[in-house]
Design a protein around this ligand. Structure first.
Ligand SMILES: [Zn+2]
Length: 569
């Protein structure tokens, strides 16, 4: 009788309150059954927290007629039922409120970024989020973010934590949770079956929709990443190029000094030396720089593209690798040359793990680091001393210096160029891209390219000062591109299959000193002829080894973009 009584109390929220004198289970009669928290939370998440999904469906004209509205309702029920099924598993005293709170916050942040920047949330985006440092996070901060989190997460969380919930004895809880999960799965199945045709065609034709379902997208991405270590054995680091040898430097010759500049968020199409109508590269335009205009990146984010560039695996194999391998810099170092990575960003994403490394992004320099972040020219300060500190024996073989630039890192593009380089105005001076017109955004972005032009030109000037000791050269390659409001897309990081060209097309410039060019019998004229050739990041590893004349079995001459110009092929 006691059990029956308590059951009625908890499972009949619509029933009138019983007098507290009959409540033998020790719970106040006002306590609500967890089922209401699970249902209410799921519905709130499926509706309010999914406003970017509803916007996308209405943009796709999928909500314009009664059938479309029915489909949207089915989508909402699918999301709500999935969340209900999941939350049923956590509907216990110590787990329900924390899990629901976590979902509310994940959804609020997800909704803000999907709405403001038109990004979607997949595993790659989650890696970006998890690897973001404080400065990058500060760049994203905006009042609109605060309001979104307040409305979608803080207020509902405050409400649920104040709500008294009666969980009852564990046996009853187990039974109720089980029944609740079954009901949710049935609701899910019915919703899928009834909307199957429009659902299947939407998922097939508009892949972005599946990454917009909040917070299932974040949970799926986290689950995928958590399962990653199971698929990839991280304890193993497979060495590559064990036979790597660099050529002896003859007594009448000089060793090579190559600067590999890795650009950030650089769109190939926004450099005037690639045909862009605005004068964004006034300085490089006067240098003997060879540009490859048709280069595809390995990924649409730094976290994916950067380690992939420095790997010999290529885009498809890198993604599917079952263990980790050494990369380009390991091979160069093993061949006997000196290697140093300078980073003006948030790190090298494992591409520089076993070579010399220094971070310049937090240096104190009133001119180059005015507001907490440093302009890329900071990496050229004290370079002579940094190189002199590398082992002399290795320097005599050759020096490879990687400069990982801040480039055009968004969304605060205006922070990437000092006042003197702001030639296009008015500039978007907010990180809330919705507040700016597309023209203002483009102005801020193009100003960052003008600064990149200046930084690369300064790098070439510094290399010229080294010609008595070295045969210098510079190779500049971008990591991925950026969307600047085209088709209402912003930033980068869309899944590769659906990413627009502007996110995957990157610049690749080569500058050679006369001595380096004659050493390799490479001419800029020959490289110019390859301007429109289709090239990818897969070529990078082999092209750099080729420039350094390093001999190893992992070098594939057919992937070396310079080989056909050196007379070796
Ligand atoms: Zn990047």
């Amino acid at each position: 009788m006691k059990f029956f009584h308590a059951w009625r109390l908890d499972s009949a929220p619509f029933s009138r309150k019983f007098p507290s004198s009959v409540d033998h289970a020790g719970e106040a009669p006002r306590n609500h059954n967890p089922i209401w928290l699970v249902t209410g939370g799921s519905l709130w998440l499926a509706t309010a927290a999914n406003f970017p999904l509803w916007r996308e469906l209405s943009h796709l004209a999928l909500t314009s007629d009664p059938a479309g509205l029915a489909f949207s309702l089915a989508m909402m029920l699918i999301i709500a039922a999935t969340l209900m099924a999941m939350l049923s598993l956590f509907a216990w005293r110590w787990t329900l409120k924390p899990v629901l709170t976590l979902m509310l916050f994940a959804s609020a942040f997800g909704a803000y970024f999907m709405w403001s920047y038109r990004v979607v949330i997949d595993a790659t985006m989650m890696i970006n989020v998890l690897q973001t440092d404080v400065r990058e996070a500060a760049d994203l901060f905006s009042p609109r973010l605060v309001v979104t989190v307040l409305v979608l997460a803080v207020l509902p969380s405050w409400t649920i934590w104040r709500l008294p919930i009666g969980y009852g004895p564990w046996s009853r809880r187990l039974l109720q949770n089980f029944l609740m999960a079954i009901a949710a799965v049935i609701l899910l199945a019915v919703s899928v079956v009834l909307s199957y045709q429009p659902l299947a065609s939407t998922m097939r034709n508009h892949k972005q929709v599946r990454y917009l379902m909040n917070p299932l997208n974040s949970m799926y991405a986290l689950g995928y990443l958590a399962a990653g270590p199971l698929q990839r054995d991280r304890s193993v680091l497979e060495p590559i190029g064990l036979d790597a040898r660099s050529p002896e430097v003859a007594s009448n010759d000089l060793p090579p000094l190559i600067i590999l500049v890795v650009g950030e968020t650089a769109r190939s199409g926004n450099f005037s030396i690639n045909g862009y109508p605005r004068p964004t590269t006034p300085k490089l335009g006067h240098e003997e720089v060879a540009s490859f205009r048709n280069v595809s990146a390995c990924g649409t984010s730094t976290a994916v593209a950067l380690p992939c560039m420095f790997s010999n695996l290529g885009r498809t194999q890198f993604d599917a690798r079952s263990k980790n391998f050494e990369g380009l810099l390991d091979v160069i170092q093993r061949a006997g040359m000196a290697v140093l990575w300078l980073d003006n960003q948030s790190g090298c994403k494992a591409a520089c793990d076993r070579v010399g490394y220094a971070n310049t992004s937090k240096l104190r320099n009133p001119q180059l680091c005015p507001e907490g972040a440093c302009y890329d020219a900071i990496m050229l300060e004290d370079l002579d001393a940094r190189i002199a500190a590398l082992p002399a024996k290795a320097r005599a073989r050759g020096v490879v210096l990687v400069l990982h630039a801040m480039g055009s890192h968004g969304p605060a593009y205006y922070l990437r160029s000092p006042q003197a380089f702001k030639q296009f105005g008015p500039e978007c001076s907010s990180n809330d891209l919705q507040n700016c017109s597309q023209a203002e955004l483009l102005n801020a972005y193009d100003n960052s390219i003008i600064y990149t032009d200046h930084f690369l030109d300064s790098t070439i000037h510094w290399l010229r000062t080294q010609q008595a000791t070295y045969a210098p050269a510079m190779v500049y390659v971008g990591d991925h591109g950026e969307s600047l409001g085209e088709n209402n897309l912003y930033l980068h990081g869309l899944p590769y299959a659906i990413a627009p060209d502007v996110q995957t097309r990157v610049p690749w410039f080569t500058w050679l000193s006369p001595r380096f060019a004659s050493k390799k019998t490479l001419t800029p004229q020959c490289l110019h002829k390859k301007q429109e050739e289709k090239i990818t990041h897969d070529n990078y590893f082999h092209s750099v080894l080729g420039l350094l004349s390093i001999k190893t079995v992992v070098y594939q001459p057919q992937l070396d973009v310079y080989a056909s110009c050196t007379g070796t092929r």
